[in-house]
Write a new protein. Structure first.
Length: 233
């Protein structure tokens, strides 16, 4: 009968038998039955659907794990990813090392220096080169000049910095020739060996607040006074 060389088979032909879904494969001259998966314990039935998926379990891993660990080898090595892929979202953390070997024109990068009050540094890409467009400038700054003697230990009033403070041992006064020593006042009552500025010398220190520094005068060539001037932003 023709049904034996086409899909589906009728049981008990001629007496209204049931139709059985099959796929007839001519190269095998055979029917392969098409079935639906059902699961359940004895005397129970549960049809597998998208909303009721067939239960499976991977043998050999902790059954309580909610995710499947992936490794590049049997010793847990890294997974190597090659090719071109897109990414949408954000990556955060301190353990990312990224190397850029080539750059497509039109890309824009933004680098945020979180250690200095979040100053944003926009970076533009043209061809294979990267150019820093501009750096956001501090919105406030402070200046000052202070005369100290060898008996003084001076701490500046608090001022939050985006960049830091420039300090100069001003040498234009005839009685200001002592050395200026700059120390650390992060912990109350704790002093550290000083950074020394001879008359006329200057230094820039990256710091988040200028009250973290202390200033002393150190006698030099019989001079016991020093005048230092500063600018912080």
């Amino acid at each position: 009968m023709s049904q034996f060389s086409q899909d589906n088979v009728t049981l008990n032909p001629g007496v209204s038998g049931a139709n059985v879904a099959t796929d007839y494969v001519s190269s095998k001259d055979a029917h392969y039955q098409i079935v639906k998966l059902d699961f359940g314990s004895e005397d129970n039935s549960s049809l597998a659907t998208l909303a009721n998926p067939f239960p499976t379990n991977i043998v050999g891993i902790n059954s309580s794990w909610q995710t499947l660990p992936v490794a590049g080898n049997t010793e847990g090595g890294p997974v190597l990813i090659t090719g071109t892929f897109g990414f949408t979202g954000s990556i955060s953390g301190n353990d990312f090392n990224v190397g850029i070997t080539s750059i497509e024109s039109g890309l824009t990068f933004e680098v945020v220096n979180h250690s200095v009050n979040g100053i944003t540094i926009p970076i533009d890409v043209s061809g294979s080169s990267i150019t820093v467009g501009h750096v956001s400038l501090p919105s406030s700054l402070t200046f000052g000049s202070i005369r100290i003697t060898t008996s003084d230990t001076v701490t500046l009033a608090g001022f939050s910095c985006n960049t830091g403070i420039k300090i100069k041992n001003f040498a234009s006064f005839t009685d200001s020739g002592a050395i200026v020593g700059i120390g650390n006042s992060i912990s109350a009552g704790v002093t550290t060996p000083a950074y020394l500025l001879l008359a006329g010398e200057e230094v820039f220190i990256e710091v988040d607040d200028i009250d973290r520094l202390t200033f002393v005068a150190i006698e030099e060539a019989s001079s016991t006074k020093a005048t230092f001037t500063y600018q912080a932003s």
